[in-house]
Design a protein around this ligand. Sequence first.
Ligand code: GCU
Length: 393
Amino acid sequence: MKTIPFILALLCCMAAQAQQYDESKVPAYTLPDPLLTLKGRKVADVLDWNHVRRHEILRLFEDNIYGQMPQDFDSIRFVTLREEPRAMDGKARLKETRITVYRMGKSVAIHLVLFVPNNISRPAPVFLLINNRGKNITDPDRKEKSPFWPAEMVIDSGYAIAAFHVSDLAPDNKDTYMNGVLQLYPEQLEADNGMKAIGAWAWGAARVRDYFKEERLVNPWKVAVVGHSRGGKAALWAAAQDQRFALCISNCSGNSGAALARRQFGERISRINSTFPHWFNNNYKKYNDQENELPVDQHMLIALIAPRPVYATNATKDLWADPTGTFLSLKNAEKVYGLYNLKSALPATPPAPDTAIEASILGYHNRTGEHDMTIFDWQHFIRFADIHFKIDR
Ligand code: GCU
């Protein structure tokens, strides 16, 4: 007798799922204009953007989605834990560093794994991964090698590669996320616009950038911050907040990452807030099923990174992350890049799967396959960085 309600529930669930992925069900929507100030004035130029509108938008994202980004701490220390000058059969130097940040008698420690190519004489440009998967993915001993962080391939391309694990900053769990950076900033836990896990991960990326400034092996002005999925949301937020990141790569970041919320396609705000209540601030919960009430949409997060290059990706079987919504987010950020006279080479409509748009300040591809970060993706990240960091081989 219990089977009938069960079948009904299953049918309802399947219908809801189909609707989630039905382009014809995307409602009509109007995106907030990144170039219209809160007072309704049109942004005139780059100065106006930087002095007025950029701050407004940053504040709107802090208050309504990601939370504040506290900048004050008492001190920061970098301790080399291990150094192997001839790692990876001699082609790279391995350096493991503990970055400890202190505030009001508390501290948080970030463990950084860094490989730097041995065959270049200048400080190396570097890819920094915000690692949201297993720590084994960035195995410093290289016994395990993962396409998610293909360190050998990146080293062969003349780049350094680094990674830290999100759990050092905020465990990815609704009951324990506060056992990291938030111990330094307990007041954030009280505030409706307080920092939560995604903000904490982005904060960690900024502390790694502090370390790169002191590390002569890497070029601190050529740091590409990279993240996949939830890590990709954090990478965008890190680059939006911290203008020292020279380039941002957001892989399959989807809802509350690179994809437009107002399309209501795939994952929605209500869903992300109920499954991951510890990712975004309390205010964000007000927008459950109310996407149109948000004073921002995700194209404005990309716009905050202007004039720096952004590369966003999707995978064809990952409709949950809304490939079209990601592409449209980039397209709608173009006008802010235009203030800097930077014209993107993105086509008017999404490119065919596996067609990478790299020679463009805003880059994109939609890889054939599943939600993941693969060698194909990294090949294009490297190409995109080569173009923007002007690296000739
Ligand atoms: C879930 C979540 C996504 C997130 C993804 C991931 O699917 O709904 O928002 O991007 O996990 O991080 O892998």
